[in-house]
Design a protein around this ligand. Structure first.
Ligand SMILES: [Zn+2]
Length: 455
């Protein structure tokens, strides 16, 4: 390396830069987002969770004819309650008839309950939780975790109408989703993105309701920018005795520079601004070890998604009759709702993320005419007034350097090697809100096996 190149590189790396998401460059607090965060009602979360538990069970194959008990009564109440929340919400059943398979021992009509708040653009941001519940019988999830038995759901004679209150799994995520639908619609704001709030069915049978929905989205080529999935987000007393009401886990599937990881970093940065009393613990994996939820129906179709999980779980209560309201701390659930609200609102007010690949899928990142620079190019985004470049060491998992530039679609970092750093670019709107950061991801090189002549 020549002295001048070393100096240039040294200067670049000494730019006002940050090392962690919590202190990254960010827009000033937007009073509109603050208002949305402040509108989250702990009381309403509790009242609605109480009603939900009152249906006795919400198991996906439970009774659909009663007006007071079973999944049929529950979904109708969620539907009507969303409709009562705001006239701006387009509320409907997203219905799928599921053929017998896996844990569905007979053909079953599943209804996801959906509320849409149309934005200026058709790109969608999802906030979701599953309203179906489950009682696996003695031991519940703890027995399954211990490897003590097979999942009994597919067995003949499994009782679908046994009490399954599901207050925390996933009554917590359901009422969080319903509350955000109300708060966003009642804010009166016109968002750039279209917000979709869905309470899923069939999660406990293998993410079936969300899978049917996401499959359809992919077939219809809908643009989905993010899915904020919430599953088991209301308990603060871990089964191991640890109590934590100040943190929440956010799981995001890789690879390192997937848009799901970009979404996770975004949530951590925005939450630090608007809900500084709550700490986001990012988890660089799809979900808890060996377990899953509806975000995976989205990532499977290539849509960015994360799942929120409470800090410490009590496995003994999950999937049993003991998953009752006493196990939900509504002040904690409200904090998790505020984190969702702040990050979904910021993202919905921001322009879309820039596309950093060309028509053939190749990265718009080159070494420039010198052969030794980082030349970044991206597609212009409607509504963007500026762009924010980010970069970091390849071995680091969060942006170390961020720099806002003007309304350009190209930027050169002289003497910064594209071999040694990861680069990304985000779009910034007129009111300072930033999109997700799109990273230039070096593809895994593939080659065919060498043909070897056997002796
Ligand atoms: Zn669940």
């Amino acid at each position: 390396m020549t002295l001048s190149r070393a100096l240039t590189l040294g200067l670049l790396l000494a730019l006002p830069a940050t090392t962690g998401a919590q202190t990254a460059i960010a827009p000033d607090l937007d009073p509109r987002v603050q208002q949305i965060v402040a509108a989250v009602s702990e009381t309403r979360l509790k009242t609605r969770a109480t009603t939900l538990v009152g249906f006795g069970t919400r198991e996906s194959m439970s009774d659909t004819t009663s007006a007071i008990r079973g999944i049929g009564a529950a979904r109708q109440w969620i539907h009507d309650e969303l409709r009562r929340s705001s006239g701006r919400l387009q509320v409907s059943f997203d219905t799928h008839v599921i053929a017998p398979q896996g844990r569905f021992t007979r053909q079953t009509e599943l209804r996801n309950v959906m509320a849409v708040l149309p934005g200026r653009s058709a790109r969608r941001i999802y906030v979701t939780g599953h309203y179906d519940s489950l009682n696996l019988g003695s031991g519940g999830q703890q027995a399954l975790n211990a490897g003590g038995g097979q999942n009994p759901q597919a067995r003949a004679g499994f009782d679908h109408d046994t009490p399954a209150p599901g207050a925390n799994d996933d009554g917590s995520g359901t009422v969080l989703t319903m509350e955000l639908a109300r708060v966003f619609a009642e804010s009166g704001l016109q968002f750039d993105a279209t917000l979709v709030f869905i309470c899923w069915a069939g999660e406990e049978q293998g993410l079936v309701g969300s899978a049917a929905h996401a499959q359809q989205l992919a077939a219809d080529q809908v643009t989905v920018e993010a899915n904020f999935n919430n599953d088991i987000v209301g308990n603060i007393h871990g089964g191991n005795g640890v109590i934590d009401a100040e943190t929440v886990r956010v799981y995001a599937v890789g690879p390192e520079d997937s848009m799901s990881r970009s979404l996770a970093r975004y949530i951590q940065r925005v939450a630090a601004l608007y809900v500084p009393s709550h700490r986001i613990r990012l988890m660089a994996r799809e979900d808890r070890f060996g377990r899953g939820s509806d975000q995976s129906s989205f990532t499977r179709q290539g849509f960015p998604a994360v799942v929120f999980r409470e800090a410490n779980e009590n496995f003994a209560k999950q999937h049993t009759a003991a998953d009752t309201l006493e196990g939900v701390d509504f002040a904690y659930l409200a904090q998790n709702a505020r984190v969702n609200a702040a990050s979904a609102a910021s993202l919905a007010l921001a322009p879309a993320a820039p596309k950093v690949t060309g028509p053939t899928g190749a990265n718009l990142l080159t070494r420039g005419p010198s052969g030794y620079d980082a030349q970044l190019t991206w597609n212009a985004v409607p509504g963007a007034v500026a762009y924010r470049i980010a970069w970091r060491d390849t071995w680091s998992n969060d942006w170390q350097h961020r720099q806002t530039i003007g309304d350009a679609t190209e930027f050169v970092l002289p003497n910064v090697s594209i071999d040694d750093f990861v680069f990304g670019v985000a779009a910034v709107g007129a009111d300072g809100h930033e999109s997700l950061t799109s990273a230039y991801v070096s593809p895994v090189r593939r080659s065919a096996d060498v043909k070897v002549v056997k002796p």
